[in-house]
Ligand binder design. Sequence first.
Ligand code: BTN
Length: 247
Amino acid sequence: FGKQLRLLDVVPSTQDELRKLAENGAEEGTLVIAEQQTKGRGRMGRYWVSPSGKGVWMSLLLRPPVPLPHTPQLTLLAAVALSRAISRLVKIEIGIKWPNDLLVGGKKISGILLESAAEDERLRYIVVGLGISANLDPEDYPEELLAKAISLKMASGSAVDRGELIASILSEFENLYDLYLEQGFEPIRSLWEAHAVTLGRMTSLYTPQGVIEGIPRELDAMGGLKVELADGTYRTVYSAEIGNSNS
Ligand code: BTN
């Protein structure tokens, strides 16, 4: 991964830059990194704070030979890869909030956004957007985000070398991706569960069909979250926001 690399200064979003390359036949592993994004985007159409030189804002191209419904598994794989990569460099306790937010002390330090292009149920490519708030200072965040977001620098007390972080992410990602292609989702599922902070506690899940209250117990074989409801039955959730509906 990263052998084809495009380093850019200011772009609206690395996702769009990489999509253009993907449409022109760029190979798997192609990487776009920007110093700054003016329209960084997050899940659920949210804005992603991406100030110049302060974080890792990048997008990675995958062309996996798996059917389209399997993409949630890659979302979870990405979270495990990021968590392991960061832990190699920074001594902080990281937990994964389903599906793929990384938290330190309950605050978000990174975000992952997968966007896929498909044709006739066939997956053409996936653009994996990775945003790591590496060296942001409190004044880089809008006031209202400070209660729920934190940078690696703020959490650990020292600045992180972004080049080392990128190298570490690419190597963890490539190893886990190879493991996934060889052995399927099972080993990724176990790793994800070992890092998860959202299992075993009463939780509100905001799904497109409404709110579900229950205790997330484990992942199913597809990567969905199995939630135990008050009456002891289970429901599997594939798309939801955990906790506060606007967090
Ligand atoms: C989220 O947690 O909501 C996902 C945030 C993803 C942010 C990254 S930064 C690089 C890439 N480009 C974007 O515009 N978004 C992703």
